[in-house]
Design a protein around this ligand. Structure first.
Ligand code: ZN
Length: 82
């Protein structure tokens, strides 16, 4: 039960199902993804809503982390100015 068309469809599906790794997603969210991996990740994000959602979750996580970091920092600079 092997057909050429079916083989191609499977190939395409495999590309879609080959999701961005947790590591790459995190690096992409932090704008630290190696340039070589960037096209592959961006291309996948275009076709995969699942990974877009994962990226959004990653972004929210980073934003919360940054917000927490800026809450801690101003106290130090204020203390230095005073
Ligand atoms: Zn994906």
């Amino acid at each position: 039960m092997y057909q050429d068309g079916e083989g191609k469809a499977t190939e395409m599906r495999r590309q879609i199902m080959n999701h961005i790794s947790e590591n790459h997603l995190e690096q992409y969210a932090m704008r630290r993804l190696p340039k070589a991996a960037l096209p592959k990740v961006e291309e996948h994000l275009l076709i995969c809503s699942q990974c877009r959602e994962r990226l959004e979750a990653e972004d929210r996580c980073l934003a919360a982390f940054k917000a927490a970091a800026t809450i801690i920092r101003p106290k130090r600079t204020q203390a230095a100015h005073a």
